[in-house]
Design a protein around this ligand. Structure first.
Ligand code: ADP
Ligand code: MG
Length: 325
């Protein structure tokens, strides 16, 4: 049963003094998939990665990583994982090539020089390879850091916000590498604040809020949990409030305004909302219309809607376990 999951955690808890950073984290990441952990700042994403990568000990709960117990078999877990956090493990005095070579030798990788060259190439770092890493840009250092975590060909890779603050070139390169890794069968668990990144890379997404997984599913499944995004454009500002009242009633959601365009929109809670229904209701309310549209929700819409349904202090949110369908 555990062999099908590269990461399987149950009830992981971690406190820092008074702060409950994780309050029972349940995750199940199938082998060879990419799980995106998506959550606001302070949700517990980094704590989750640090626990699962054996860098912190859990206060309660258990986990198996690549078939090994996180606590009792921590050494075996460490041998099978790679981890890249936001603090780089690169030695700036050494060149990029020397850094990777050193990692390879430390971990007794066969052919460390060849492996270093291969990774430098894969991450677009060959040209700069023989300059000290301290002279590299932030994006290049982050790529080198990720390359270092791959020297040993880990079965499970943990990436904590791998592209936060990166230039578009480095981001695209890291996305490519992640896609390539999964094609080779590596399991990737990544945290991100970028919905687009989760949408692009993740097979399954776990929404984490206040130390718990509140929703899981594929990007498409999460999008299907909310209805369409409805928008109404009126000819003048005077009728915008009236249009908003209609939208509010039909969608059950707080409308948001774009005053420059005299537009008001809302993500519908009701997946059966249609344009004719909208137009009829607006017409009945005497709202003059320039345009009415319904478009599929983005992950942004989903995130706003689903985190809105998990208000502070409640515990009875959807409690599915798997970072999987
Ligand atoms: N070393 C620490 N000491 C005290 N509090 C911490 C520590 N690390 C994290 N926290 C707290 O735990 C919570 C979760 O943090 P973190 O896992 O870093 O969230 P995220 O990565 O999702 O932003 C936050 O409230 C944070 O302030
Ligand atoms: Mg973090």
């Amino acid at each position: 049963m555990t062999s099908t999951y590269a990461v399987l955690s149950e009830g992981l808890e971690k406190r820092f003094g008074e702060v409950p950073a994780l309050r029972g984290l349940d995750l199940a990441v199938p082998e060879g998939s990419v799980c995106g952990i998506l959550g606001p700042n302070g949700a517990g994403k980094t704590t989750a990665v640090r626990l699962l990568a054996t860098l912190l000990r859990p206060d309660a709960g258990s986990a198996r990583i690549a078939g090994h117990d996180l606590v009792r078999e921590a050494a075996a877990v460490r041998e099978r994982i790679g981890v890249t956090g936001q603090d780089t493990s690169i030695d700036g005095d050494l060149t990029g090539r020397q850094n990777l070579h050193l990692f390879g030798r430390l971990h007794r990788v066969r052919g460390p020089a060849g492996r270093a060259a291969e990774l430098l190439d894969r991450f677009g770092l060959t040209e700069a390879a023989d300059r000290p890493a301290s002279t590299w840009s932030g994006g290049m250092r982050r790529r080198l850091d990720l390359a270092a975590s791959l020297v040993r060909r880990p079965g499970v890779l943990f990436l904590d916000e791998p592209t936060t603050g990166l230039d578009p070139f480095s981001r695209a390169l890291i996305w490519d590498v992640v896609r390539g890794l999964t094609a080779e069968g590596t399991t990737v668990l990544l945290t991100t604040q970028y919905l687009e990144e989760a949408d692009q890379l993740a097979d399954d997404i776990a929404l984490v809020d206040r130390g718990r997984v509140t929703h899981t599913g594929s990007p498409a499944q999460l999008k299907s949990l909310v209805g369409a995004h409805a928008e109404v454009v009126v000819p003048d500002a005077g009728t915008l409030a009236k249009a908003a009242a209609v939208l509010d009633r039909l969608t059950g959601a707080q409308p948001s305004f774009d005053h420059e365009r005299n537009a008001v929109g809302a993500v519908s809670k009701d997946p059966t909302l249609t344009i004719p229904l909208l137009v009829r209701a607006l017409d009945t309310a005497g709202v003059p219309l320039l345009d009415v549209s319904l478009r599929p929700p983005t992950l942004d819409d989903v995130f706003l809607r689903l985190t809105e349904t998990a208000p502070h202090g409640t515990t009875g949110t959807t409690d599915e376990r798997e970072c999987a369908a």
